[in-house]
Design a protein around this ligand. Structure first.
Ligand code: IMP
Ligand code: MG
Length: 178
């Protein structure tokens, strides 16, 4: 049984926003043959819906990164799966589920920058600015929704690997944590 206290973003709201983001990015990357890099696993729903709405030729690729338990710095992260495309000279857009402390995007951004892309931007579906680590220097170029400081699940986001398959973003009931 799903233990959702409140639906924060409905399926319709999300789909509308994803369409807007894909429309804007399609216009800005016309003729640039961008590479969209998804950061697994949280991005899966957003990634699939987003690239379906992109109207310009593009490529897709994926990264999987891990942080050690309780990590608070980017120094405690590692690449579990790197991109397979050669990004040198390419226009790259990183797609993420959520920009929370920002540690994982900071790490991902620096990692991909070392591959010498022609340009590198960040598109995140959710942004939780209250949680930001002040040491993080990157910021999203495209943001779907700015959300309050609540732990959210669904549409790719998990709690202990559950709830990723929900088509909406919801806030968990407190008892779900126990
Ligand atoms: P960061 O703190 O910005 O590095 O975010 C790291 C990762 O934590 C994100 O990519 C998500 O997978 C996860 N995360 C952060 N906030 C939430 C949340 O509210 N719900 C579920 N996962 C989250
Ligand atoms: Mg997660």
């Amino acid at each position: 049984m799903h233990q959702i206290k409140e639906v924060l973003l409905s399926e319709a709201q999300i789909q509308q926003k994803v369409m807007e983001l894909a429309g804007q990015i399609s216009r800005e990357y016309e003729g640039k043959d961008p590479v969209f890099v998804g950061v697994l696993k949280g991005v899966v729903m957003f990634f699939g819906d987003f690239v379906k709405r992109v109207t310009v030729p593009c490529q897709i690729d994926f990264m999987w990164i891990s942080s050690y338990q309780g990590s608070t710095t980017t120094g405690n992260m590692c690449v579990r799966k790197d991109v397979s495309a050669d990004l040198k000279g390419r226009h790259v857009v990183i797609l993420e589920d959520i920009f929370d402390t920002g540690n994982s995007l900071e790490f991902t951004y620096k990692h991909l920058l070392s591959k010498e892309p022609a340009s590198l931007k960040i598109c995140t579906l959710l942004d939780k600015p209250e949680r930001r680590n002040p040491a993080v220097t990157v910021k999203p170029d495209y943001t779907g929704f700015v959300i309050p400081n609540e732990f959210v699940v669904g549409y790719g986001l998990d709690f202990n690997e559950h709830y990723r398959n929900l088509p909406f973003v919801g806030i968990l009931k407190p008892e779900a944590y126990q």
